[in-house]
Write a protein that binds this ligand. Structure first.
Ligand code: GTP
Ligand code: MG
Length: 390
């Protein structure tokens, strides 16, 4: 059984106890509660008990589940333990049945931040990792940096771990401010392959909808000899920062699954000249066989309290990749040039700001209402001219 090969996370129970009896009790309890793997933190477990026979007996209670074995220098009850002696202990654990062996990034050359670039030490680390692999084990390389470092520095350490042959990389940093915490979260997201894949799919969904609208625009302009209905289409994928903020607002965990529940990761803003254009485009888009309407909010018929007007659709469209097909949600906001002018300026001035000034809000609301009147007046002129042309 391996830790690094599976796609799904495994529920791993970390064990830390002084005696064999208490460990066995913990293991039995964990098994009965559905543990899928174990982490054995040996530093609390008295040295004299860490023999091959003892470990084998303890591991036998884990019912063949993957075992992560770790023994840190820090907090170790046996401070005299040298790295060479630790090597022997880790090998004993591996022979006794452990599957994932934790070795520090500064193994054979204790260094700050638990990562070394000492050539001799690195050579020894590689040889040791090779030996573990040959015996069928996996290696987790850990670096307890224990302070805030940039995402670039985290990646540098991860690359060093990988170059040395580690199967899993563990880098423990800290964040002292909300900004540092956020930067850490963004770095983790951006480097997750599943996240990159999801964003690639959302990008494809966005392009699919953009093409549909572009085609409608061309057709309506040429074949019906009318004024082009679309003035501009703006596409955007939600930034990792905004994704994290939205998950926080909704009290959702930062997981790929909850990101998949958001319906506005892919967004298009379709700016039209006249009011009737946007409803026409909406109808033509929704008539297409592969477009499913998930939700609709008409903030033109029912403007928001702020005065905001737009027609919002959440639609679902298919995305074809080389071997897979996904159905993904895309948010489409239709608005007139006039509504776009108001929304852009209002956004610049106050949308999602912490403060709210009632006077400013009222002034903006008045602008929105004035603009809505202009839209209606322009539509009326267009209708009259169209009528005369008939
Ligand atoms: P979000 O969490 O912002 O996505 O809101 P929501 O899921 O409740 O959806 P809603 O339909 O209310 O708004 C979605 C989007 O419409 C926002 O991200 C903005 O782009 C736009 N929007 C909504 N209200 C306003 C507003 O008062 N002013 C401006 N400028 N834009 C707005
Ligand atoms: Mg949104």
């Amino acid at each position: 059984m391996f830790f690094s090969k599976g796609k799904q996370p495994v529920v791993t129970v970390m064990l830390k106890a002084r005696t064999k009896e208490s460990l066995i009790d913990e293991i039995k309890r964990a098994i009965s509660q559905g543990a899928e793997a174990f982490g054995f933190q040996a530093e609390e477990f008295d040295r004299e008990f860490r023999s091959y026979d003892n470990l084998k007996e303890i591991f036998s209670y884990m019912e063949g589940k993957p075992i992560y074995y770790t023994d840190y220098r820090r907090g170790n009850k046996c401070p005299e333990l040298s790295d060479e002696a630790l090597c022997d202990e880790l090998m004993t654990a591996l022979r006794a049945g452990a599957s994932l062996i934790d070795i520090p990034g500064d193994f054979f050359c204790p260094s700050q931040g638990e990562i070394t670039t000492n050539i001799d030490a690195v050579k020894k680390q590689k040889a040791f990792i090779d030996e573990i692999h040959k015996m069928g084990g996996e290696v987790l390389m850990s670096s307890h940096v224990l302070k805030y470092i940039s995402k670039e520095s985290v990646l540098t350490i991860a690359r060093l771990h990988k170059e040395r042959g580690a199967d899993v990389s563990k880098i423990v940093t800290e964040a002292n401010t909300a900004e540092e915490l956020q930067e850490n979260a963004i770095a983790i997201l951006e480097n997750l392959e599943d996240f990159q894949h999801l964003m690639m799919c959302y990008n494809a969904a966005m392009l699919t909808v953009k093409t549909k609208l572009d085609i409608l625009n061309i057709e309506l302009t040429q074949e019906e000899r009318r004024l082009n209905p679309i003035e501009a289409i703006h596409c955007r994928l939600k930034e990792p920062f905004s994704i994290i903020k939205k998950l926080e607002r909704r009290h959702l965990p930062l997981t790929i699954q909850s990101i998949g529940e958001l319906t506005d990761i892919a967004g298009l803003r379709v700016v039209c000249s006249f009011l009737d254009d946007l409803y026409l485009l909406r109808d033509y888009l929704l008539k297409q066989d592969d477009v499913i309407l998930v939700a609709e909010k008409d903030y033109i018929k029912q403007p928001k309290a702020s005065g905001y007007r737009s027609l919002h659709l959440i639609i679902q469209v298919p995305v074809y990749l080389s071997t897979k097909r996904y159905e993904l949600p895309v948010e489409v906001q239709f608005r007139t040039l006039a509504m776009d002018l108001w929304a852009s300026n209002e956004h610049k001035l106050c949308y999602k700001q912490d403060f709210e000034d009632p006077e400013v809000a009222e002034a903006l609301k008045n602008c929105a209402d004035a603009i809505a009147k202009v839209d209606l007046a322009m539509q009326k002129i267009k209708d009259e001219l169209t009528f005369q042309a008939l």
